[in-house]
Design a protein around this ligand. Structure first.
Ligand code: PGA
Length: 244
């Protein structure tokens, strides 16, 4: 189902105590219950902060997601995260295929497809990240790259299954160089066309902050945002929810 989502990807930041402090501030200073406005709020803390995040948000309309999972539900996979266990804990979403996982942990399109399938099989909602590097954008290959990533990740997924897409141009992540609303809209529209038949939610990510979120959110195919750096401060996260 197409819906509005504001998601924060905390990457490898914050301790459990800092996680509790964030939610305490967020929930008491305007973080509010957003159910009535229809905006879905999601936070992806590091795995060791999931219990603290779930404890703090239990009664509120904020969903918690994991930043990664394995494709197996159990086994001899030291250091990995079981999708079935995440689901049992109360985790709702899982980020799959973030560019930092593709780049630093060598995740292939094939592996990402297996993880998407595994997440859906246990009832987690995959938030699938796709996006081109600067070299691909400069050579006019943006849509080829994104299409290839989508084809591989969704090969074993039916049209009815719930997958959220996050378009994150790699050159815009953590660089302060946000895509223009028109650049983002162009790719979002192409993704929506490619996935026509699916009622898919498509988020933009890459240097989103309180100062630029309003202009991006006016684009017709941008349903929401996956925010890294600017999601770490409760005040900024509230400000972005308010300007959405
Ligand atoms: P950024 O990160 O907002 O810090 O650019 C976005 C992301 O990695 O999801």
């Amino acid at each position: 189902m197409r819906r509005e989502i504001l998601a924060g990807n905390w990457k490898m930041y914050k301790t459990p105590d800092e996680t509790r402090a964030f939610f305490k501030e967020f929930l008491t200073t305007g973080g509010l219950d957003r159910e009535s406005s229809g905006l879905e709020l999601v936070v992806f803390p590091p795995a060791y902060n999931l219990p603290a995040a779930l404890e703090m948000t239990g009664k509120n309309a904020i969903r918690i997601g994991a930043q990664n999972c394995h494709f197996a539900n159990e086994g001899a996979y030291t250091g990995e995260l079981s999708p079935a266990a995440l689901k049992k804990m109360g985790v709702h979403f899982v980020l799959i295929g973030h560019s930092e996982r593709r780049e630093h942990f060598f995740e292939s399109d094939e592996l990402i497809g297996k993880k998407v399938r595994a997440a859906l099989d246990v009832g987690l909602v995959p938030m699938l990240c796709v996006g081109e590097k600067l070299s691909a954008r400069e050579s006019g290959d943006t849509l080829n790259v994104v299409n290839k990533q989508l084809d591989a990740a969704l090969a074993a997924v039916s049209r009815e299954e719930d997958v959220v897409i996050a378009y994150e141009p790699v050159w815009a992540i953590g660089t302060g160089k946000v895509a223009t609303p028109e650049q983002a809209q162009e790719v979002h529209a192409a993704i929506r066309k490619k996935l026509s038949g699916r009622d898919v939610t498509i988020l933009y990510g890459g240097s989103v902050k309180p100062e630029n979120i309003a202009s991006l959110s006016q684009m017709s195919d941008i349903d929401g945002f996956l925010v890294g750096g600017a999601s770490l401060k409760a005040g900024d996260f509230s400000a972005m929810a308010a300007k959405f």
